[in-house]
Each structure stands twice: as C-alpha cells, then as structure tokens.
Design a protein. Sequence first.
Length: 703
Amino acid sequence: MSSNAMPPVRYSVTRLGSTVNNAGVSSPGGLDQTTPTLQLQPGACRDAINFECSQFGGYARIEGYERFDGRFSPSSATYQIIQVSAFVNVPALGNTITQATSGATGQVIAIVNSSGIYYLAVTKITGAFDFTHNISVGATLIGTVISQTASVSSLLSAQYTALAADVYRADIGPVPGTGPITGVVAMTFNGVDNVYAFRANAGNTAVAIYKQSASGWVLVPFYKTVSFNTGNAAVPADGATLTQGGVTATVKRVVAQSGAWTGTAAGQFVITTPSGGNFAAGAATLTGGATVNLTGVQTAITLATGGKFTFSKGNFSGQSITRRIYGADGVNQAFEFDGDVLAPIVSGLSPDNPKFILIHKGFLFLTKDSSLIYSGADLPYRFSAVDGGGEIATGDDITGLITLPGSQTTATLCVYMRSNTSFLYGTDPTTFNYVTFNTGIGALPYTCQNLADTFALDNLGVVTLKTTLNYGNFLPSTLTKNLYPFINNERSKVTCSSLMRSKSQYRLFFSDGYGLYLTSVNQQYLGAMPVLFPNPVNCVDEDDTSNFGMVSYFGSNDGQGYVYQLDMGTSFDGANIDAHISLAWDAINSPRILKRFRAASIEMQGSTYAQINFGYLLGYASLLIGQPANVNYASGFSGAPLWDSFVWDNFIWDGQTLAPTDVDMTGTAENVQVIISSSTNYIGSFNVNSVIYHYTPRRGIRN
C-alpha cells in the first residue's frame, strides 16, 4: 500500500439531547451555559431558543400558540384550490367568491395567474364547488371553474394553510376590558369543557369574568350576597326561594360559615337580584322550611383590581356535578366558582385577602403573608377551630403550596417560602405536624408544580423534591445549575408556571417573554431549553379535557387582552417562530487532531413540511484557520452571541416520518459547532435527532 494513500473517510454520530454512558449514568442535554467545553457532551447546546428537549430523545422545535375565545380554531383551518379556465376578472385577496349554481362560497387567500395556470386558494368554504359553473365576486364575473390540474407543492400547501389560519384568527377577539389578563382557568363541568378569563373592566374599577363560547367571550354576571344568622329548622338547599314579606330571590348558593340548623347557623346566601324591593334586617323564610334572620340589605359581589389569581380545582362532596374552582389573588376574599356562581369565602383573615390557595386532603388551605390557615374537613366555608379549622404561623412569607406525591396516608403539604421549605405532615388537625425541612432553599411565587416529582424555581435555579426512603421522605436537588446565567437574568421576572404532562414538561414563564421548558421523564431530568414569545405569559392554566386531552391556556401582560392556547399551530399567533440550536463544540473524541470535514447527515423526524437552515463553525470560530466564507445573518434573537461567521446552507425536509438529510461541509479544524434554525409561521414542529459527521483525520495540532 502506498504511503501517500489518503486515510479513509470516517463517520461519527452525535446524538442530540440526554445521553447514557456505559455505566448507565445519564447526562442531560438541552442548554448548557457553564460546563467547560471538553467536559460537555457534544449533544448538548451552547445556545438555543424555541427548541425543547423531546421526551423520546433529540430536540424538537416547539409548537406554536394561537388566540382563543371558543370560536373555530385557526390551526384547524383548511383551504381548497378553485381552478378556472381563465380569469375574466381577477379578484382581490380577501374577496368572497360565490358560485351561483351550487351556492358555494369561499374567501380568497391566494391568487395564481401565470404560465397558463389560473386558480384561487380559498378558505371559509360553505357548500361544495362544482367544476362546471361560473364564480363571481358580487356581480363581477371571475371565471368558470374546471377540474384541478395545477399541482401545489408542499411549501405552497403549508403557506396556504397558514393564510387560512390567519382568516379564522381575525375572527377571535380579546377578553373585554383593560390591562393584562390576571387569571385564566380551564375546567370541565358536567362533561362540558370551559375556559374562564379574568380581566379588569374598561374603567379599571373591578375585575370581570368571561367565559368562552362559540361566539366569543361572554360575561359571567355576579350575583349578590345577603348575610344571615340564627338559621333554624330544615337545611336550605341551593335553588330555594328566600322570602321576606313581598321581597323574594332565588338562592344560588348556601354558604353556612358556622353553627347548625338548630338555631345557630350563620353565613350568607348568594342570591339573584331580589324582586319586590330590597331585603332588610329581620326574619325571612326559605322553601323547604328553614328560617333565618337576615342581618341587612343584600350587596353586590365584586372583585377589586390589582391581584393575580391562583386556583385549585376539587370536589368536597364527591359528586361530579359539584366540582368547583377555588381562587385567591391577594386582594379579594377567596372564592368558590362553578362556572355560574361565584361565592365569596369568609376566612377570618384580617384583612381577608389570601394570596395562595390549595385543596389538600379534604381541607381548603389559604395563605396570607406568613399565616397558613385551613378549613374544617370537607367544609370549605368554615375556618373556625370549632369546625376543625386552624392556623399555623410559618415565620416567613409563604410563596406557594403544593401537595407532594404520596399515598392517601402519607401525602404531605409542602409550604414554600422565599428562602425556606417546610412540610405539613398528617391527615387531620389531630395528626398535623409542621416541620421545617430546608433552610436556604425555597421557591419564588407562582412556580410550584407537581409532575412525577415536585418542581419550583429558587434563586439558584429549578429545584426538585424527589420522594426517598431517606429520613425526611424527600430529597431536594437543583437541576439547572448549568443554566445559571439564564436563571440569574430572568428569576426576578418570573410570572407563572405550568405543566404539559403529555410532553413530561415543567414550564416557567417570565414577564419579558422568555420561558423555560424543562423535560423530565420517569423522574429522569433530560434537560431544559429557553423559549421566547412575542406575547409574554402572565398567567397560565392546564386541564385534562373530555375531548382533546391535556390543553393549556395563557393570558398575556401585553395589554391586548387575548387568551392563547399553547401547543397549537405553526406560529406565534400568526407571527414567525424564530428558533435555533447551537450545538456544543464537537471534537469527535480527539480534541488535538485536525479533521477535514466533508459532509454531514442530519436525522430529523416529523409529519409536516419543514425548511431548515444549517450552518457550522470550525475550530472555535478562530480567524487563524481557514474559516468558510462569512455570511451575514440577522438572527432576530436576543442574547445569541454566536451568529458571527459560518457556512450557511438551506435545505428542505419534506413530510417524511423519519429522514436523513445530507449536507456538504468543507474545511479543516480540530472541532466543529453545528447550528440549525428556522424562522417561519407555516412550519410545524419537527425533531432533530442526530448529526453524523463525515470526516478524514489529519495530523495532530502542532505547538
């Protein structure tokens, strides 16, 4: 064999995301801003935005989000090609075409009028177009419809679908009012999926609640309350008629706060607007035989502005028809809400404005500053010690409550504070045991969530509590030390958190539009990656619906007043999803050996059209080696320092479930950094699984 023979081409696979070594030890993937280069696995990222760690491996470009008010979903929009023999007159975009004979109509979203091909792409179609009759816009003839012969590429199809989504998007309105959305909550009542939004009214004098409907947001009117004491005889039921002389009203909710219906019952009724005048202090009766003494005139239920709502969903009676939402916002009294009746809860706090709320083991827990109070068992309106309620002084302001995983007899209430964590063990007041668990680690407000483990954001990063057989039953761990620069910059801006269980994700959101998606599968941390939304998330909620599985909605602080559904569509409510990953520098297991790079193969997975940009840097981007020709790229991303000079190619990957895409590479260096990006509003989510490098080893680097 000749000594001048070229060494053979070699191949090296870099698997993206979390990896497991020969000893079975897992290394997380995702963004890593701190680990030294030669200690970092090549499948991690040095920079990323709008990608997530897939629970099945690799990195997925995130799905989009779209505005929501109960009307037709933009991401469900479709289009149809209406081809004509020739245009007699060319319509304008947005025109509605009508076929007189069939009666079909559609809105024009694209026009092709060249090279002997004449067609319209239309959406919002009613009826069915035939292939023989004329279409017109009003009285203006457009042409005669023929059978479709024009081909539509996958690219055009994706773009037409996005244009159709824009048409339906324009129909969806904001929640009426002013300022940010301060609460959004989704819940299924009696088999019907509902979404409710909380926003200050136009005068910013009170908070209103709106419910989604097929015609958009509909106001949920508040009822009135009237207080009573010395309740006697039969126990009144919701739906009873309250009568005092000639004044009557329907009782929507009986809120008994103390005593018994033997003459000591006291509380309030939530009632409809009385007919026949106003109630006054004095005796009154209810259908069913109960008698009460009213303490004064009825008052309107209102919610003051200035708070942000947290919710707990549950059922204190065991019947599916009595599932309720319980809410608090730090400004108003806590309340119970069933989609129709909002019933204020008198807790005994002074002032009565709890901030956090949680149903735990049949008790309703509320917090105010450093006070933790709880109701009687299955008595969410009663907080006195006589009824089994109580109060615990925590010594520090409470920032969140969460039920830790466990059995019915061992499930523990975790009480987070700013820099401390405590546990409330026990199943009832006779066994409650409040214990300080960890001094120095706490949680920021609105960041506590339960997946398989419990997650919260502390000053140092995302902290998880794992169940353990060790003393104390739980083991804390900080997961995101390798993202400390990001955490340090964003932690003061945190607004809320949520889960997406179908993706095994814990999600954090910040007031400047950034977020952090953390993926954990079977209690194994796979990594975390940042996202950036043009509409910052102020509040978020998820629910397991009766028809569509897990869904998630958020309200923004951008002042526009929209509620958005997450993980929907190919855009950020019509705007481009700007996304990229910059992989760690890959020396292919030989950091001092030069390699001549010849090609690469990118394995991608998905089900829709995708068009992705591929670029790379060589030798730590050193200007002392033969870097490929510079390409100027306006990234449009915040905090992306690596967009300097690199080879930039464009390739199209189209519609296969799993496909490798081969790309050319040139240049010689000891290592390489690959950068993949996309920026459109019509590409669906896709997964990047691995990169296979084709290279030839050269000599070692000389001093």
